[in-house]
Design a protein. Structure first.
Length: 152
């Protein structure tokens, strides 16, 4: 297979512009041009979705520099419904962001339309390390983990 490098995580959004703005404002993600507006035979064949068409954007995730991974937010012309977010649902579950203050980050997410899933808790990882964390959702219900690791 050769060298491997992580590129992006995709979120299918109901409103791509507002969801991209949420991630930019709350987590400091930055747009990576160009915005996408794709449709046609290749997209149909590649996605397996008849009549596939979407618009959206890539957002550079914080802390990785210009060549780092992105969050790809696309809005398909035709959308399928999904079940509400749950920590124990099979499949990809959440995005995680390291933050300086979990309580403050949680408040920011909630103020910008997200919702809380559980409480803020601290879990001891080993003798020297603990993680304070919580689960929240973005305004469209995608799960996010906010965490801060501490030594001691």
């Amino acid at each position: 297979m050769g060298a491997v490098r992580y590129l992006h995580t995709n979120i299918v959004a109901a409103e791509w512009r507002s969801l991209a703005e949420f991630y930019a404002r709350v987590f400091g993600c930055e747009e990576v041009p160009p915005q996408r507006d794709l449709s046609g035979d290749e997209l149909e064949r590649g996605t397996g979705v008849a009549g596939a068409a979407f618009r959206g954007v890539h957002l550079r995730l914080p802390g990785h520099g210009p060549g780092g991974p992105t969050l790809e937010i696309f809005q398909y012309q035709q959308l399928e419904e999904r079940a509400p977010a749950a920590a124990n649902r099979l499949g990809l579950a959440h995005l995680a962001f390291a933050v300086e203050d979990v309580e403050q980050a949680r408040a920011e997410v909630l103020a910008r339309g997200g919702r809380s899933i559980g409480d803020i808790v601290t879990t001891r990882i080993d003798e020297d390390r603990s993680v304070t964390w919580c689960y929240v959702t973005d305004p469209e219900g995608n799960m996010i983990e906010l965490q801060r690791s501490t030594q001691g």
